[in-house]
Design a protein around this ligand. Structure first.
Ligand code: T4K
Length: 398
């Protein structure tokens, strides 16, 4: 992309003096975190299912109403372990409109990800298309609750049952969210959360695998600890997927601040909506009704014809003004390596994914921004619309 001078130079809103990021980490009560870290030092127990990890799991289970919510070192390893523990192999159906980790967790284990198109309204797997992709090699489906909005879990569960497939959810975005009143973590065979630094509830790096299946949970616990069953006794192949104590302490602190984090995200979301209401060609992914929702992503779809600028042009305007909005998830997993080389024509089967990849923009939110910043981001976007022709011409000549 060619650089652009900020809108301020074109006589628009002034640029932000400091960069405004998507994914700025939320920090709970620092003193509480440091107190927990002090206790970790006192105990001299830093990893391997320590007290903080066990407490973190207890609190997550209580919040979600799930039997197991096993902390892991990150969601990608969590997905890899869950995939292996469920015995997936051959082909597994996933959306392409997701973070690359969903696909890599399969390919890493030489399982073929079969990319399925999404519903343009929900951005989640389209169950009707899922069923069309099932072959004798299919062993499972991984739905992604994109932006924290639940997949059509009922339809996917019915398909999985009809075809004897395992059903896993990549719930990286969906901690603290519900679906028809049930907390995410209780659907499918298992669900995997992410607590990466950029998630609204973070453990620096981390994740968790939730399941109500005791046997599966036992297998997962074994797998994330090298296959150890007691001292000196390895009973299966495993890896190191454990969460350490400091990360779990951050998780405990985060959970104690969950409600204020969510409240801030909801306030920010509504502020953006109010700022940009009525601007032609912009549509927010709405909040789900009557559900608990973390609102950690503010997702905007840009319709070039009505807005006057493409999503990518608007992104250039925002970046020039120090608003580091992101093109999640561009260009789609199927257009990244190794998938584009292995399956070069997949895009033809994914019209909705291809379209969304050119339209979706994630705006900064979280506790590091507030009404003033949102007001200014809104002003930049509104100015970009009213001066679209001039900006477009500027880009053409740059
Ligand atoms: N499944 C899905 C659907 C996912 O979205 C993800 C992760 C996963 C699975 C895998 O979960 P993990 O294995 O990571 O637990 C970021 C995150 O790294 C990634 O965790 C997340 N999804 C994805 C949506 O976002 P990038 O490539 O955008 O990261 P990066 O380095 O560009 O940072 C994003 C923004 O956050 C930047 O504006 C800078 C800001 N940032 C980042 C960090 C790390 C900060 O301000 N402070 C920080 O400490 O992937």
């Amino acid at each position: 992309m060619n650089p652009m001078k900020s809108l301020a130079c074109l006589g628009g809103a002034p640029a932000f003096p400091e960069k405004l990021h998507v994914g700025r980490p939320n920090v709970g009560n620092r003193e509480r975190f440091l107190e927990l870290v002090g206790e970790i030092f006192d105990r001299r127990w830093f990893s391997n299912n320590g007290e903080c990890v066990r407490e973190f799991e207890r609190r997550m289970c209580a919040l979600l109403g799930v039997r197991h919510c096993i902390p892991v070192c990150n969601a990608t390893v969590g997905l890899e372990v869950a995939i292996r523990a469920l015995g997936l192999r051959g082909e597994v159906i996933i959306p392409s409109f997701t973070f690359i980790a969903t696909a890599h967790a399969l390919q890493w284990q030489e399982i073929t990800p079969i990319f399925c198109d999404v519903d343009p309204l929900t951005h989640n797997l389209d169950p009707a298309r899922v069923e069309q992709l099932i072959t004798p090699r299919t062993t499972g489906i991984i739905g992604v609750h994109l932006w924290g909005r639940a997949c059509d879990t009922e339809a996917l569960a019915a398909i999985a049952k009809r075809h004897s497939l395992r059903l896993l959810f990549d719930a990286a975005h969906a901690f603290g969210c519900s679906h028809h009143g049930t907390m995410i973590g209780n659907f499918g065979d298992a669900e995997v959360f992410s607590f990466h630094a950029t998630k609204f509830m973070n453990t620096f790096e981390g994740g968790a695998i939730a399941t109500n299946d005791d046997a599966l949970a036992a297998r997962i616990r074994l797998m994330i600890n090298f296959g150890f069953s007691g001292l000196d006794n390895v009973i299966d192949i495993g890896t190191n997927g454990k969460m350490n104590e400091v990360c779990a302490a951050m998780g405990i602190t985060g959970m104690e601040n969950l409600e204020p984090f969510i409240a801030t995200n909801l306030i920010n979301f509504r502020a953006y909506e109010a700022e940009l209401r009525g601007v032609p060609g912009l549509e927010f992914m709405p909040l789900p009704e009557n559900e608990r929702f973390n609102a950690q992503y503010v997702i905007l779809e840009v319709d070039e014809t009505r807005f006057g600028l493409s999503r990518d042009e608007l992104l250039r305007v925002l970046h020039a003004d120090n608003v580091l909005a992101r093109r999640y998830f561009y260009p789609g997993c199927h257009r990244q390596q190794p998938y584009i080389s292995l399956y070069p024509n997949t895009g033809q089967l994914l019209p909705e994914t291809e379209r969304l990849c050119t339209r979706v923009l994630a705006l900064p939110t979280g506790t590091s921004i507030g009404a003033e910043e949102i007001d200014r981001v809104g002003s930049i976007i509104r100015t970009a619309h009213t001066r679209a022709a001039e900006i477009h011409q500027h880009f053409q000549s740059a």
